[in-house]
Design a protein around this ligand. Structure first.
Ligand SMILES: N[C@@H](CCC(=O)N[C@@H](CS)C(=O)NCC(=O)O)C(=O)O
Length: 219
């Protein structure tokens, strides 16, 4: 049976969360790196909405939402116990992802590209996004990770976005009143798992030899 195919874009935080779950699960996929300004026709044919990540399973099912790809991978194999078990944890996971993908992402984009949104200042957009950072700082005061003392899907779904936020103005972030968020982000960006998911690849062309992900270290 052919391997699942993942259309991805290295720097996209949604694609990152999908790659993180796939790498953790140990499932091997064919990775097709996409240039967002020049999306390949086979991608648009299976998912006309034209966002990445998109996964095509071995049986031809198309999954074109990053969170669904995370669940698809982890439901097959979850060696690090990223899937939570209690109803309360499920509800918290969903609430954290909703807050991230709606409000936080909205203000993150405006903070990052403040010159394109002159209605407000960069500082205003950052302050709006900080509502989320305050919530995360509270949660990380209660547990080492957002929901428990180990990473779960919620951490991995949010961290790629928090990373983007941190790097808009790293000097500010490094002295902002979010020490727990900073430590949480730092252990993520220095992890082998993160490095595995950030391998650079040339843009995929239809006649290319397949490139498999994760790339296993053969040393
Ligand atoms: N809700 C989608 C959002 C994915 C998304 O917006 N991805 C961006 C890249 S980070 C994209 O593909 N945008 C389309 C474009 O820029 O043309 C998901 O979670 O997978």
């Amino acid at each position: 049976m052919s391997k699942p195919i993942l259309y991805s874009f290295r720097r996209c935080p949604y694609a990152m969360r999908a790659r993180l779950a796939i790498a953790t699960s140990g499932i091997e996929v064919e990775l097709r790196e996409v240039v967002l300004k020049d999306k390949p026709q086979p991608l648009l044919t299976v998912s006309p909405k034209g966002t990445v990540p998109v996964l095509i399973t071995s049986t031809g099912q198309v999954i074109d939402e990053s969170i669904d790809i995370m669940y698809w991978a982890l439901q097959q194999s979850d060696p690090l116990h990223w899937l939570v078990t209690t109803a309360e944890q499920h509800a918290m996971t969903t609430a954290l992802i909703d807050q991230n993908d709606q409000s936080f992402k909205h203000f993150l984009d405006r903070y990052k590209y403040a010159d394109r949104y002159p209605e407000h200042t960069e500082r205003y957009y950052r302050q709006q996004a900080e509502t989320t950072l305050n919530d995360l700082e509270q949660k990380l005061t209660q547990n080492r990770f957002l929901l428990a003392d180990h990473s779960t899907l919620a951490d991995m779904a949010l961290l790629p976005f928090i990373r983007q936020f941190a790097f808009v103005d790293k000097a500010w972030f490094d002295s902002a009143p979010y020490p727990k968020v900073r430590a949480w982000l730092n252990q993520f960006i220095t992890s082998d798992l993160f490095a595995t998911t950030m391998t650079k690849l040339p843009a995929w062309q239809p006649n290319d030899q397949p490139v498999y992900f994760p790339m296993l270290n053969t040393d």
